[in-house]
Design a protein around this ligand. Structure first.
Ligand SMILES: [Zn+2]
Length: 258
């Protein structure tokens, strides 16, 4: 079906605590419109507001995926589950989350867990299906809580999302795809060490050589350094198209073919 498209809408580009709590940047996660399938990834604080503002209807979501339980990723997950299930009146949709988001000190409230059609636990090496879209969680990231990145496969495109992690040697090798989206919290390596910094992200992009790389999830040092200027410089240095995500930005994966 030639008229189906894959479009990613950034409902926020804030990374880590300070950019989020001050809302210098929004923190609503990303809305994936993949053909007829709609997926919400990492609904941080303000996800409901950001989605409503952009006329994205949570009652039409097929799934909500949580990379990890930190608040900047999970703040609105409960209200988005309620919205996906039409206030709990319709048993529909799927929720995917690491086990530690559900077990001790859970970020997903118990009373909501019967609302979706299914709740599935993410594991290292896992693969999952949502309609005609599939995704994999190839490896557990190095982050203080259980965290996974993703490789999504639609009938038209493959793209990966490297979420929060400390850098490690074979990280890049797990995330091949035409498009790489990558969380880059820090401008320079250093504390907090559990996040990727720009030089590490540059080496990952050079190793993977995707058609396009999109930077997002900016911490304070990245935000102050103007991510769009950093992206322009990275494009020059690597020869790969690098884009800095902006709040509300839509990326149509058809752009990978041009
Ligand atoms: Zn985190």
């Amino acid at each position: 079906m030639a008229d189906l498209s894959d479009i990613i809408t950034f409902l926020g580009t804030a990374g880590a605590r300070f950019v989020m709590i001050r809302q210098f940047l929004a923190s609503g996660g990303a809305w994936l419109n993949l053909g007829d399938t709609q997926i919400l990834l990492d609904p941080g604080p303000g996800s409901l507001v950001q989605a409503a503002k952009r006329k994205l209807d949570a009652a039409k979501l097929d799934a909500i995926i949580l990379s990890h339980r930190h608040l900047d990723h999970s703040g609105d997950i409960n209200v988005m589950i309620e919205a996906m299930t039409d206030g709990g009146t319709k048993k529909r949709g799927m929720v995917f989350a690491p086990a530690d988001a559900l077990n001790q000190d859970p970020v997903i409230l118990s009373y909501l867990r019967s609302y979706p059609q299914s709740m599935q636990i993410l594991i290292a090496g896992g693969s999952y299906v949502i309609n005609d879209v599939s995704f994999k969680t190839p490896i557990r990231h190095k982050h203080p809580v259980e965290t996974y990145g993703f490789i999504f496969q639609t009938p038209r495109h493959t793209f990966s999302w490297i979420t929060d992690t400390r850098y490690f040697a074979d990280l890049a090798s797990h995330y091949e795809g035409d498009l790489l989206i990558i969380n880059v919290v820090r401008l320079k390596p250093g504390a907090p060490v559990d996040h990727l910094s720009l030089p590490e992200v540059k080496s990952i992009i050079e190793e993977l050589r995707p058609k396009v790389a999109i930077l997002t999830h900016f911490g304070m040092t990245m935000w102050r350094a103007k991510p769009w200027e950093i992206a322009r410089k990275l494009t020059e240095e690597t020869g790969i198209t690098v884009i800095a995500a902006r709040d509300g930005m839509k990326f149509d994966l058809a752009e990978l073919e041009t």
